[in-house]
Design a protein around this ligand. Structure first.
Ligand code: UD1
Length: 383
């Protein structure tokens, strides 16, 4: 029997690991030989209910078998704690593979720990590059890929990036996008969410036009003038259509610390009496509520990576508030435009999209809901 440890730690990891768990369960149902014994390790990088537990519930993920409980800290503190705790797990459990996903500190911390113990590492979502080393995620991506043995990619750009960095071709497996596996499995169910009613975006069966915003990258939220400029731009867009902003905890705390509260309408639990002409901030949403909100939106503005991919599949126009993207396929083939974070550019791009929309070009290859199945097939062949 093959033993795999699956690692998840931060919000964007949960939707990437969920289809891998499902693919393992399906594999075990259909194969008596080479059954897979898996353990799910949660590093505890994200720990708030809205950032973690809510996703386990929505995605029907089994509770973690092992919880490292590392919590927040500086990058070195967080990555260091993850490594110290994960090493104990690897020494005790002696897995055949460690599977890490995405590009967060939990990804690189666990990959490095396993590699040093000579445990083969599989990296799901390998090869994406923004070529911007000021992003902590870029460092995590480059390092994780260099020490991984199985590099599972979502697109051709990723394959090429890896080959340029000297990764041998036989370690690279183009399998598609696990995030899209999860989206496809839940998009119908998500329409049952009551979020649109709660926000008065659907009344008497009529859907209103609205925009959805997410913002949490250090380059957008850690600098007062930058954040203030973005909020100013968003309030100009709010004069045209409501802008709904389910905010990451770090962004909420920055808005408060920088005393930018006046630029935001803080939505509490009570029903909105009218939609204010200011960005409407609310706590982070669970997976299904957010998917419902995003799939019915007229426009999405974001600095997230995953949302650029999800809007491409949903056919919803997406403005990326960054200077670059590690997911250029969403611009070439999807509905994404990279606009940067200067206020005038954001407003101009939003007004353009509200007038003209962005046509959906095509669905990227293998973004078909079967990526995790391909990953498990590859791993079972390997042993
Ligand atoms: C992390 C990932 C980022 C990903 C994002 C998604 C890294 C380097 N960054 O960024 O790639 O897009 O998750 O959410 O791994 N906090 C809470 N509650 C939580 C978790 C965090 O309040 O459950 C607050 C804490 O103040 C913490 C801060 O958010 O210090 C930042 O959390 P951290 O995990 O360091 O990075 P993220 O910004 O969440």
């Amino acid at each position: 029997m093959m033993k795999i440890i699956l690692v998840a730690g931060a919000r964007p990891n949960f939707m990437k690991i969920a289809p891998v768990v499902r693919a393992i369960k399906n594999h075990n149902k259909s194969s008596v030989r080479k059954r897979i014994n898996y353990q799910l390790v949660h590093t505890g990088q994200h720990y708030d209910n809205e950032m973690s537990d809510a996703f386990f519930k929505d995605l029907d993920l089994p509770s973690p078998d092992i919880h490292l409980g590392v919590g927040s800290g500086t990058h070195a503190e967080q990555t260091g704690k993850i490594m110290i705790e994960f090493e104990k797990v690897c020494l005790r459990e002696k897995p055949d593979f460690v599977v890490v996903v995405g590009d967060v500190n939990s990804t690189v911390g666990c990959a490095l720990t396993a590699a040093k113990l000579s445990i083969p590492v599989a990296h799901v979502e390998a090869g994406l590059r923004s070529f911007d080393r000021t992003m902590p995620e870029e460092i995590n991506r480059v390092l994780t890929d260099q020490i991984s043995d199985y590099l599972f990619t979502t697109c051709d750009d990723a394959n090429e990036n890896l080959m340029h960095e000297g990764i041998p071709k036989n370690k690279i497996f183009f399998v598609g996008n696990v995030m899209i596996d999860t989206l496809k499995a839940h998009v119908e169910l998500a329409q049952k969410s009551r979020i649109l009613k709660k926000l008065r975006l659907r009344e008497n069966g009529q859907l209103k036009k609205y925009a959805v915003l997410t913002l949490h990258r250090p380059s957008n939220v850690d600098d007062q003038p930058v954040l203030e400029g973005i909020l100013r731009a968003l309030n100009r867009i709010s004069e045209r259509i409501p802008v709904i902003f389910p905010a990451h905890p770090r962004t909420i705390s920055r808005i408060k610390n920088f005393k930018l509260d006046d630029m935001i309408f803080f939505k509490n639990n009570s029903l909105l009496s009218d939609l204010p002409k200011k960005t409407i901030l609310m706590p982070p949403l669970g997976y299904l509520d957010f998917l419902c909100l995003m799939s019915n939106a007229t426009l999405v503005l974001t600095d997230s990576g995953g949302i650029q991919e999800e809007t491409t599949i949903l056919g919803v126009p997406c403005l990326t508030l960054r200077d670059n993207t590690e997911r250029p396929i969403t611009v070439r083939e999807g509905t994404n435009i990279v606009v940067g974070n200067t206020p005038n550019k954001i407003v101009k791009a939003a007004l353009y999209v509200l007038r003209n929309g962005i046509p959906r070009k095509k669905i990227p290859k293998y973004w078909d809901g079967k990526a995790a199945e391909r990953i498990i097939k590859t791993l079972t062949k390997a042993l």
